[in-house]
Design a protein around this ligand. Structure first.
Ligand code: ADP
Length: 304
């Protein structure tokens, strides 16, 4: 099962070009779509979830034509949107049972079984009688996953799920997602680099409606090895440093500023080498330094 996205474009009626010629091949497993706010992630997720039309392009999920076989796709789709409402006065068990009926699980005994198994999987079984209005953010998100998993979807779309969760809830939620996704396509859209580095075997970086990078996180990190350097500086010296180096990130650290720069050779000037991580891949891609790194690597390999 693979999801193929071909030449998808979308311009909203107010003139905002949210997606410009998106091409992606997404295999089974966890796929991270990483990008800042406004990059076009939700627009793409809603399009995949058959909730809005692109201007152009095609999408296939296995043998299904997603844009023209919406009903068939919806039968095998799980979608956890960024924001979803719940009925506050209803219990998790009641509402999940109700959604299961809507999903076509009409046999009472099998529905009971499905509902119990999903509530256990999402670790909500002990809280199943509690009204959803009293659920924490993390519990609500896990309930959303339970709903999205009804009917064993082949395509599961999770849009910005960890925004607003506290660290413990976030870990619990990521653990839940990590158990899915071996047989189905799971797309996790997020602006949080760690969500992708902890979970995803494949990823893409999107910005301003364009895919800047499609890669395996581990490979992308490895390709930056020996090219990322760091230095702790005073903030006032940042403009000067920007003139001299390709700065990919600058972060506050105990009142000072930690900069990471991209350089194939030792830059001198007190910089020390640092093991690259996915954040370096993300920021160097966003600042336009990653592609040269990859090209350079390929050239070096070709010459070796
Ligand atoms: P992300 O999910 O990455 O934050 P979105 O897909 O929500 O990005 O938005 C991409 C761009 O499209 C943004 O500039 C946003 O303001 C704009 N946008 C999103 N939805 C609409 C809409 N319904 N009408 C007009 N512009 C929109």
């Amino acid at each position: 099962m693979e999801l193929h996205i071909r030449n998808i474009t979308k311009t909203y009626s107010n003139g905002v070009k949210a997606l410009g010629n998106i091409n992606l091949t997404i295999p089974a497993g966890m796929f991270g779509l990483l990008g800042p706010n406004g990059a076009g992630k939700s627009t793409l997720m809603r399009t995949l979830a058959t909730l809005q039309e692109p201007d152009e392009g095609s999408i296939t999920l296995g043998n299904l034509d997603v844009l023209n076989q919406k009903e068939e796709v919806r039968q095998t789709l799980g979608y956890l949107p960024q924001e979803f409402g719940v009925y506050p006065k209803v219990s998790a068990e009641e509402l999940l049972d109700y959604f299961a009926v809507l999903k076509g699980i009409t046999n009472g005994a099998s529905r009971k079984e499905v509902v119990e198994s999903l509530l256990r999987q999402t670790n909500l079984w002990d809280k199943r009688k509690q009204q959803l209005g009293g659920y924490s953010g993390g519990m609500r998100q896990r309930f959303g996953v339970a709903v999205a998993l009804l009917g064993n979807p082949k395509l599961l779309i999770v849009d910005e799920p960890t925004a607003g969760l506290d660290p413990a809830e976030r870990v619990r939620f990521l653990n839940l997602l990590s158990e899915l996704g071996e047989n189905s396509v799971v797309i996790l859209s997020t602006h949080i680099v760690e969500d992708v580095s902890e979970l995803c075997t494949n990823m893409a970086i999107i910005n301003k409606g364009r895919i800047l990078l499609e890669a395996e996180p581990l490979q992308a990190v490895a390709s930056l090895k020996g090219r990322i350097w760091r230095k702790l500086i005073d903030k006032q010296t940042l403009p000067q440093l920007e003139q001299e180096h390709k700065i990919i990130s600058a972060k506050l650290l105990s009142g000072r500023t930690m900069v990471h720069i991209y350089s194939p050779e030792h830059p001198g000037g007190g910089f020390e080498p640092v093991e690259p991580d996915l954040e370096d891949v993300y920021f160097s891609t966003m600042t336009g330094n990653y592609t040269p790194a990859l090209q350079q690597l390929k050239t070096e390999e070709a010459n070796a």
